[in-house]
Design a protein around this ligand. Structure first.
Ligand SMILES: NC(=O)c1ccc[n+]([C@@H]2O[C@H](COP(=O)([O-])OP(=O)(O)OC[C@H]3O[C@@H](n4cnc5c(N)ncnc54)[C@H](OP(=O)(O)O)[C@@H]3O)[C@@H](O)[C@H]2O)c1
Length: 277
């Protein structure tokens, strides 16, 4: 039987335990999931998984009873090979939760069953330290109880937002999925500008990283939105105002660049979901 607020009694089958699968598993264990209730399939399990199997985790079992949730975390191009494994649960109450980028619900339904409850989610890289942001969409067969269960599983690695349309996952991919790379690029640019302004590389890098870290933590905890925080820190005729006159220039400023950046990522996500390459 499923429990929503705790993972203690939830039975899980994780297919693919690489970077994101391991992050999820760590999160579930932090949230109280029970090792004996978790089965994992992965062709080259890490030493960590092998050690956990000594404590009760079921590693590469030949058969498992229908779990509450099957989590699909292999590379997207491998999902079609999982037909026999996934279709074995199609007549059950199992919830299928896929994090595979670009694999849409209709493709998943063909494999997992046309009437199966399927959730598609898009996490991002900071999920690896439990600070991701995850957008998800649930098909019409997912009951309220199962939506809550999906939320509980995904919130183990970050903040979760539910989407009303599957198409919105392209925008999530473009804003938060690829977003960490935009922030890394910003840190690189600040580091290089700091060097040009006269600082040694290590100091310029430390200033860039810790400024982004501190500003991010402030945004996450403040009640003020980013535009208010920005205006609060901008004294008339001061250094920040001089800087923002360049950064927010209407013609060549950051807003236009980020619009184009997100649009390029979104277009690529749409193309990948249509062609797979
Ligand atoms: N990493 C991210 O930041 C991120 C963000 C959003 C979404 N995702 C999605 O998450 C999924 C996994 O990404 P990842 O970065 O974690 O990839 P990954 O590190 O390559 O993990 C995939 C794992 O699946 C295993 N695998 C391969 N064939 C399998 C099979 N038939 N049955 C069971 N396991 C199998 C792989 O084993 P071998 O390596 O031995 O082949 C590997 O351990 C992808 O679909 C990706 O689109 C990832």
């Amino acid at each position: 039987m499923m429990k929503q607020s705790t993972l203690t009694d939830v039975t899980l089958y994780l297919i693919g335990c690489g970077k994101m699968g391991s992050s999820l598993l760590r999160g579930w264990l932090r949230k109280g999931a029970t090792l004996e209730n978790i089965s994992i399939s992965d062709p080259h399990p890490s030493q960590w998984l092998v050690a956990l199997s000594g404590d009760g985790l079921r590693l590469n079992p030949s058969q498992i009873p229908s779990p509450d949730v099957v989590v699909i975390a292999t590379k997207p191009q491998l999902i079609k090979n999982l037909g026999n494994t996934l279709s074995a649960f199609k007549a059950s109450e199992t919830l299928f939760l896929s994090i595979a980028a670009g694999t849409n619900i209709s493709t998943l339904s063909e494999i997992c069953g046309l009437r199966s409850a399927i959730v598609r989610a898009m996490p991002n890289l900071p999920a690896s330290i439990g600070q991701g942001v995850i957008g998800f969409f649930a098909n019409k067969h997912v009951t309220h109880e199962k939506v809550q269960l999906a939320r509980t599983l995904l919130s183990a690695v970050g903040d979760v937002v539910e989407l009303s349309h599957e198409e919105q996952l392209h925008a999530v991919t473009a804003v938060s999925g690829s977003g960490p790379a935009y922030v890394f690029a910003m840190a690189e640019a600040m580091e290089s500008a700091g060097i040009s302004a006269g600082l040694p590389r290590d100091i310029a890098q430390s200033l860039a990283i810790n400024t982004i870290k501190g500003a991010g933590a402030l945004m996450a905890t403040s009640e003020s939105p980013p535009c208010k925080l920005r205006s609060n820190v901008t004294s008339p005729h001061g250094t920040t105002q001089a800087a923002l006159a360049v950064l927010t220039d209407d013609a060549n400023g950051l807003k236009g660049i980020i619009e184009k950046t997100v649009s390029a990522a979104r277009n690529r996500s749409v193309a990948l979901s249509q062609t797979g390459s």
